[in-house]
Design a protein around this ligand. Structure first.
Ligand SMILES: [Ca+2]
Ligand SMILES: [Ca+2]
Length: 625
């Protein structure tokens, strides 16, 4: 049985976070910074570990060629300053033999990693005011590296924002966040076909007047939610004309200024005007979702071969049973083109050689049609010594992981085991050695709040707290119950790993709460091992209504309307009955007898939360101003 102990919220429920504009994470997960696609641009030169200073696959759309010298760093911004060439440049495209004349320089920075996948991507940008674009987008290349490497073949492109600050003939590009999705499809020996779905929303001003934060939550293969300055705006479902899961492949990140074939190129005067010719990027930040209780580890090799099943078959895998046990290519795939499908009893398995007496983390994405399917690992010796496992029961794809430590035997077998009657899918298996990641500061100001009212469970004498927190580095969370006198009744400390997370945590109470005593449940974000420094805090004050004999929060509740109320309460009860109203500290605020209309005047009560008792019945109500 669960009872709600609503009582009084002392601290504010809502916090403004001016640094990161990420949407709230799902319960049990947290947003963590995706470093390969994040940069504050506060240095004096480009971080060459992360970025190309040009486009690795493209010289640019004539007449603007990508030129590294357009890039510079000033005032904490990356600037791309477009400019007019002293003389024209002729360039022959080696791919198609086309000759183009280039007359001006644009700029491009492109991520060296091509592994941007589901997550949140945002840029703080001020567009130039010429007829060239200021952009932020993700794109991949043909699978296999060229259009004919495999067929059918595809490219996906996610244009988060394309602004053209000087596009007088196309005002939408000056006032709106223009977004697009392209699925470029090519059948064997045929021309490529584009399937595009776009969307836009008003920026609330001219794109060249101010910096704005343009964000996109790439949720899954079928949907992207776009944001302007932290506010959700348009949503795009990419075309499913060629694939049920069109946006499943990872991409590279691009920040680029271009000329378009549908906009007259900028004038020389515009290109020479330093007040108009520059696009400014203050920062770019990217995040992905991780289990709220999983520490960040340094990137190490994935020991699982064919981990995403992208060979299209069980290459490198073994297994037994399954009816069927198969590699599928349908809308049950998590990413790429293939995933595992298993109907129990059976298990796809893989033998992996690790190091002895070493700690590893095994994870995969899975979704379950029926039952609970276990991802596990055991030794390959005859005893098949069990090393660890985790169960999946989620009907939507969820990533789960667990750690295990090898014994003296370095060879292990991983499995995804479905019992009779169980069915599920799995993709993106990962087995990595656990080593501490270098600590990075994430752009999250410390914050804490209860995102749901704490619940007291009588059966187990525990509090359930639903806690939302933000932490720039790994921190700890102190959960504490104190009584009226400020004495700690019970407390516990848990990790709050760097990021923006939502975790559900229980606090067992080892004593009986006293009837009508005031208690406070407090949560504090603290540096690990240092409870004397409080980075953020939030508390709930409440008056326990636990009676020692009945062990009940409330007896049969009364029917009260309106609740919250301002002037009168109307009670479903008998007139002439006596009532008592106490405040949340247990103090009597009003007593009386129900009138013939069963109403009670509450005009004289100060706003807040009260408990009314009539006979053996009790109920809480809120008096509003
Ligand atoms: Ca900056
Ligand atoms: Ca896959």
């Amino acid at each position: 049985m669960k009872f709600n102990l609503i009582l009084l919220v002392i601290a504010s429920f809502f916090h403004q976070n001016l640094m990161a504009q990420v949407p709230a994470p799902p319960e049990g997960q947290r947003w963590v910074l995706n470093e390969a696609f994040s940069d504050e641009f506060n240095e004096t030169s480009l971080n060459e570990n992360k970025w190309y200073d040009h486009h690795p696959y493209w010289v640019g759309r004539a007449p603007a060629m990508f030129i590294p010298t357009t890039l510079s760093f000033q005032n904490g911004n990356l600037e791309i300053k477009n400019f007019k060439f002293d003389q024209d440049s002729i360039w022959v495209d080696p791919w198609n033999g086309e000759t183009n004349t280039y007359t001006m320089g644009g700029g491009a920075i492109v991520s060296k990693s091509e592994n941007a996948h589901y997550g949140f991507y945002e840029v703080k940008m001020k567009a130039s005011r010429i007829r060239m674009s200021s952009t932020f987008w993700l794109k991949n290349i043909w699978q296999g590296g060229s259009s004919n490497a495999v067929c059918p073949n595809s490219i996906t492109e996610l244009d988060i924002v394309e602004a053209v600050g000087g596009a007088d003939a196309h005002p939408d590009f000056m006032n709106k966040m223009k977004s697009n999705t392209h699925y470029i499809h090519k059948e064997c020996d045929q021309d490529q076909v584009w399937h595009s779905e776009g969307g836009d929303a008003s920026v609330g001003g001219h794109v060249s007047d101010d910096f704005h934060v343009y964000g996109a939550h790439w949720q899954n293969a079928n949907g992207i939610q776009f944001y302007i300055d932290g506010q959700p705006k348009h949503f795009i479902s990419p075309s499913t004309a060629e694939s049920d899961t069109p946006f499943s492949r990872p991409m590279a990140m691009h920040m680029v200024t271009e000329t378009y074939d549908w906009v007259t190129p900028p004038s020389t005067a515009d290109l020479n005007d330093d007040n108009r010719n520059t696009t400014y990027y203050d920062w770019v930040r990217s995040y992905y979702l991780l289990d709220v209780n999983e520490p960040l580890t340094a990137a190490t090799n994935n020991f699982i071969q064919n981990s995403g099943l992208e060979t299209g078959d069980f290459t490198n895998w073994i297994g037994w049973g399954g009816s069927p046990r198969e590699v599928v290519s349908d809308d049950h795939v998590y990413s790429g083109n293939y995933a595992i499908h298993i109907v129990g009893a059976g298990a796809p398995e893989q033998v992996v050689l690790l190091s002895p007496n070493t700690t590893y983390r095994l994870s995969c994405y899975a979704k379950i049609i029926s039952g609970e399917i276990a991802l596990g690992v055991k030794e390959t010796n005859t005893e098949e010594t069990f090393l660890g496992s985790i169960d999946f029961g989620e009907t939507d794809y969820t990533r789960k992981s667990f750690e295990f430590t090898t014994g003296d035997e370095p060879e292990v077998k991983i499995y995804f085991f479905a019992e009779n009657g169980e069915e599920g899918y799995a993709d993106e298996f990962e087995l990595v050695q656990v080593t501490n990641a270098p600590e990075i500061a994430m752009p999250f100001e410390p914050s804490l709040e209860f995102y749901e009212t704490p619940i007291y469970d009588f059966a187990t004498n525990t509090f359930l707290s639903k806690i939302e927190y933000r932490a720039s580095i790994d921190r700890a969370l102190l959960i504490e119950l104190t009584n009226n006198a400020g004495t700690i009744v019970d407390s516990k400390t848990i990790p709050a790993f760097a990021g923006y997370g939502k975790k559900s945590e229980t606090l067992p109470i080892n004593s009986q709460l006293n009837n009508n005593e005031a208690y406070t449940l407090t949560i504090q974000l603290i540096p690990t091992g240092n409870p004397d420094v409080v980075l953020a805090t939030e508390s709930f004050a409440f008056s326990s209504l636990v009676t020692s004999t009945e062990n009940q929060l409330l007896n049969t509740p009364l029917t009260i309307a309106p609740n919250p109320g301002r002037d009168f309460l109307k009670i479903a009860g008998n007139n002439s009955e006596a009532f008592t109203i106490v405040d949340q500290m247990g103090r009597v605020a009003k007593t009386g007898v129900l009138d013939t209309n069963n109403t009670i005047e509450i005009l004289d009560l100060t706003p807040g939360l009260y408990i009314i008792s009539i006979g053996t019945e009790k109920e809480t109500f809120v008096k509003i101003r």
